[in-house]
Design a protein around this ligand. Structure first.
Ligand code: NAD
Length: 476
């Protein structure tokens, strides 16, 4: 049985806690009970972390690709060894089924190994010049990075936030969500145990607004990397703009799923229901608005409802659980509000719509249909186990609905028509498009959005390049 570990920050390689610092109660969402007290940074802690990050950058910018790759590969090996412990901690903090937490560990393993290879592929260019002259274009690490990771992928988000700067030769101060700190610390510890110099990566926690203002207010930090809501993302981008810091913003989404009459409906349903209730819908690329062609609308809706009713909800640590609790008490409250608003406006609730029990933050897998477009949930990210299913007359109307919102993270489509597949690939306004598939990620693929879903990419070669700046050198 994994014990929930004691909590600390990691500043200059030192485990920092106590000393009269304020604390935050970490809660197990399956029970609602506190499981740990997390120390929160004071201004002096953040100043120390900044000073160390400045030194760490001077060390790591000069590291060789071999050194960086060895650390990333070593950390990947340690994550494999520690998979079960890391997964259990993530489930205790966030609630997701253990199988999903184990996958998260392996996503980090894949990403760190991919980035280890990328360290050797940071190529520049030599320009064609007359004899005696030389012009080169080279990539250099951007500098110390301030990275903010949310709670919904307690291991995967910190893995992305740490992996890219380390591969690029930057230092990084990570502020992961206070709700899921031990998972983030577990990932960082693998890197430190694999030989990462202690100045290069640190973890702080605190009052989010205090920490982000302090770190982004410092000229030491040269890049902001944020994953979270669009509202907070816009606020942080403004803070970063004051010092012209680079940004990678992974923000909210409202994933449209276009289902056409010519699709393999059973496959679409199996994939969509699994995708919708994964991590209790608390996924930025979650399939959310089901935009269904009229001729298959009733079959799709009824098939979805039937399957939603069979999803096994329970403690993520218990075998056979398919959906855990929501991660914190804010989420069931938000879903209650969205459903009340939609049904008041005439939407039909087919299943779900209630919390389960009075312990923890469990919520029923829910399905709404025929939801007016002015309902709040048709415009704001629900971030919960709530599917929205509406009929549309045909391709043009379906594409228009998919592109109606200012979000553009993931979009999905189900159709057997090859011509239509190409049109959708071109016309859906999204950073990632899945056609007859919801597998839109991979260590080698850029992950990111357009419009209000943010800018910049994580993963893929693009994830490393996002932590680098270009320099053109001209020699006469
Ligand atoms: P929130 O918007 O307050 O927080 C989202 C994340 O941003 C959290 O991790 C939080 O710690 C962090 N944060 C908040 N204020 C910050 C600040 N001033 N500086 C730095 N970090 C800050 O709300 P929440 O209740 O935690 O989540 C609600 C919404 O956030 C969801 O509805 C969803 O839209 C979005 N969200 C998105 C993702 C994602 O993967 N894109 C992940 C988690 C939450």
């Amino acid at each position: 049985m994994t014990q929930y570990p004691s909590l600390h920050m990691i500043i200059d390689g030192e485990k920092v806690s106590g000393g009269g610092r304020r604390t935050f109660d970490v809660v197990n969402p399956a029970t609602g009970e506190p499981i740990g007290a997390l120390p929160l940074a004071e201004a002096a802690d953040l100043d120390r972390a900044l000073e160390v990050a400045a030194k760490g950058f001077q060390v790591w910018r000069k590291s060789t690709p071999q050194q960086r790759a060895a650390v990333l590969q070593g950390a990947a090996r340690l994550m494999v060894e520690r998979q079960e412990e890391l997964a259990r901690i993530a489930t205790m903090e966030e609630g997701k089924p253990l199988a999903e937490s184990r996958i998260e560990v392996m996503m980090n393993v894949g990403l760190f190994n991919f980035y280890a290879g990328e360290c050797f592929r940071i190529y520049g260019r030599e320009l064609v010049r007359p004899e005696g002259q030389r012009s080169t274009v080279r990539y250099e690490p951007v500098g110390p990075v301030a990275a903010f990771a949310p709670w919904n992928f307690p291991l995967g988000n910190p893995g992305r936030k740490l992996g890219a700067p380390i591969a690029a030769g930057c230092s990084v101060i990570l502020k992961a969500a206070e709700e899921t700190p031990a998972s983030a610390l577990g990932v960082l510890q693998c890197l430190l145990d694999a030989g990462l110099p202690k100045e290069v990566a640190q973890a702080v926690f605190g009052v989010p607004d205090e920490v982000s203002r302090h770190l982004l207010g410092s000229p030491v930090i040269r890049k902001l990397s944020f994953t979270g809501s669009t509202v907070v993302g816009k606020h942080l981008a403004k803070l970063a703009a004051d010092d012209m810091k680079r940004t990678t913003m992974e923000l909210g989404g409202h994933g449209p799923v276009l289902v056409f009459g010519d699709s393999d409906l059973d496959r679409a349903l199996e994939t969509a229901v699994f995708g919708k209730y994964r991590n209790a819908g608390q996924v930025c690329v979650s399939p959310t608005r089901f935009i269904v062609e009229e001729n298959v609308y009733e079959r799709f809706r009824d098939g979805f409802v039937e399957r939603a009713k069979t999803v096994k909800v329970g403690d993520g640590l218990v075998d056979g659980t398919q959906m855990g609790p929501m991660a914190n008490p804010r989420r069931p409250e938000a879903i209650d509000r969205f459903i009340a608003d939609a049904t008041d406006r005439g939407a039909t609730l087919h299943t779900g719509g209630k919390r389960i029990g009075n312990r923890g933050f469990f919520y029923e897998p829910s399905v709404l249909s025929e939801i007016p477009l002015d309902a709040a949930v048709m415009n704001e990210e629900p971030f919960g186990p709530l599917a929205l299913i509406n009929p549309f007359p045909g391709e043009d109307a379906m594409i228009a609905e998919a592109n109606r919102l200012p979000y553009g993270l993931a979009a999905y489509a189900w159709t057997g028509n090859a011509h239509r597949q190409r049109r959708l690939a071109a016309e859906l306004e999204a950073g990632m498009v899945g056609i007859n598939s919801h597998m839109i990620g991979g260590a080698d693929a850029p992950f990111g959005g357009v419009k209000w879903s943010g800018h910049g990419s994580e993963d893929g070669p693009e994830g490393v390049l996002a932590c680098m700046v270009l320099k053109a050198v001209h020699e006469g």
